[in-house]
Design a protein around this ligand. Structure first.
Ligand SMILES: [Fe+2]
Ligand SMILES: [Fe+2]
Length: 480
């Protein structure tokens, strides 16, 4: 289809005045075919012609921002939506604290903003690429639909970042928008920018762990960018957070349902020892120690996304007022952090100690700590459910220094409980802390599709309610 046949005003649900902005329209029209190409080649493999019961964002009203209908994914209406402007909003932090927010890019911060937007933008298509083969092993149509929902919304988040690049960054922005479609997750020549987004998502436990942990990093980054003094970025991120809540839900409930099914199967079979993995696996469910090892892996990989604990870049972003802290507006301090300190765990003489450092330099560590608190809520609820079924096991988040590749702990070996280990002891033991090829092969052996409406694979419990209150046997995906 040539682009002049596309009615972009109606094709792209938007509240950014696309109809009255010919320059932006032209830029989007030029980018759109490449995006569709990318979606067809790198998006969900094998399901592009299926009718999927999807939610589409159509406005930013609190009630009714989304509508649900069957859509073929390539025909999804990826819109550009900004949360409503907050009247008289002021810059919430840094040296411009209290000044009116910017509606245009301040020249001196152009490079910094561009970098932040490109990095955020790069993660969105990356996760779609990582998850592209999962459709064919979906444990139910309900789960398949949720996967595709997350995928199309990550696609829309890419649009959101591309909108900012094209609207505010001129030619550079158009080039960056183009390159966002060229990098590829796991590619040797043109990998995605952040390492966790080059890992594979080979199975559904990995997918749920990814949406629980790694999408939650995304949420924390969006929360921090929602505080930006560059108002279009803030409004964009605030609306993205509305969608992101569903991704958190998919991850949390996905792991929860797997754990639930395992515990129920154990209890039905009268298996009391959760460490008798062989007996548990014979029931066709994922043993809890394997789930713990997957937790260790995904948690530690995700912590690396927060960058170095102490960072002058992060300090500069905050000082400039282009990235705030989680819930900056609710914090009660000077919002400049001129004299404040923050405790950061560091390696001192071979031991881990909490050391007070200038808070301005510790913003990455702080956001990471907020992230961990957020994770803990979900893990606590998983554990409550395990205890409720009468199984004696607790899923634990490993120590922040465990299995790290970036920052303070990248050169040392630390156990999940926080003991600094010699290289030898680490080599002896890490196999019991991280999933190995045998774990992976077992999980893979369970990945058989279940495509009957209302049916679920044996290793995962059904959800407590359907999407948009649909009945249990609802046909969430109509396969062609
Ligand atoms: Fe996203
Ligand atoms: Fe997400």
């Amino acid at each position: 289809m040539s682009s002049d046949l596309v009615d972009y005003d109606s094709l792209i649900p938007n509240n950014v005045g696309l109809a009255d902005d010919p320059k932006l329209r032209r830029a989007l029209e030029a980018w759109h075919p490449g995006y569709l190409d990318w979606w067809m080649t790198m998006g969900p493999d094998g399901f592009q012609m299926a009718d999927v019961y999807l939610r589409t964002a159509i406005s930013v009203e609190k009630d009714g921002w989304a509508k649900f209908a069957y859509v073929k994914m390539p025909e999804y209406r990826w819109g550009i939506l900004l949360a409503p402007a907050i009247e008289n909003r002021t810059i919430p932090c840094g040296e411009h604290l209290g000044e009116p927010v910017w509606q245009q890019i301040p020249g001196e911060y152009r490079a910094m903003l561009r970098r932040l937007i490109v990095i955020q933008g790069d993660t969105e298509p990356a996760s779609v690429e990582q998850q592209r083969h999962l459709g064919s092993t979906a444990p139910s149509l309900y789960d398949m639909r949720n996967l595709f929902q997350v995928n199309v919304e990550e696609g829309r988040h890419l649009w959101a970042m591309v909108y900012l690049l094209q609207k505010y960054f001129g030619r550079d922005g158009r080039e960056e928008a183009h390159e966002l479609l060229l990098r590829q997750s796991g590619s040797v020549d043109r990998p995605r920018m952040l390492e966790a987004f080059n890992e594979e998502t080979p199975d559904w436990l990995s997918f749920f762990m990814f949406t629980f942990f790694t999408d939650r990093d995304g949420k924390m980054q969006l929360e921090a960018l929602a505080q930006s003094g560059f108002d279009p970025l803030s409004r964009t991120c605030r609306f993205m957070l509305a969608e992101e809540a569903h991704h958190m839900f998919v991850g949390y409930t996905g792991v929860q349902r797997i754990v639930q099914r395992t515990c129920e199967a154990m209890s039905e079979a009268g298996i009391e020892d959760p460490y008798d993995s062989e007996a548990v696996r014979r029931l066709g469910v994922i043993d809890l120690p394997t789930i713990q090892r997957k937790t260790n892996l995904h948690f530690s990989l995700t912590l690396d996304l927060f960058g170095s604990e102490e960072s002058t870049n992060a300090a500069n972003f905050f000082n400039a007022g282009i990235k705030g802290r989680h819930h900056e507006e609710r914090l009660e301090d000077d919002h400049r952090l001129l004299a404040a300190t923050y405790p950061v765990t560091k390696l001192v003489d071979g031991e881990l100690h909490s050391i007070e450092v200038p808070a301005l330099n510790a913003l990455n560590a702080r956001l990471r700590d907020d992230f961990i608190d957020d994770c803990r809520g979900g893990v606590t609820r998983w554990n409550r459910m395990i205890a409720g079924i009468g199984i004696d096991f607790e899923i634990r988040l490993p120590h922040i220094a465990f299995n790290r590749a970036i920052g303070e702990f990248s050169d040392i070996n630390v156990s999940p409980s926080g003991d600094v280990l010699t290289e030898d002891r680490w080599n002896d033991q890490y196999g019991s802390w991280l999933p190995d090829t045998e774990d992976q092969a077992f999980i893979q052996s369970l990945m058989q599709p279940e495509l009957d409406p209302g049916k679920f694979a044996g290793w995962i419990a059904p959800p407590t309610k359907g999407v948009h209150n649909k009945p249990e046997d609802f046909l969430y995906v109509k396969l062609p």
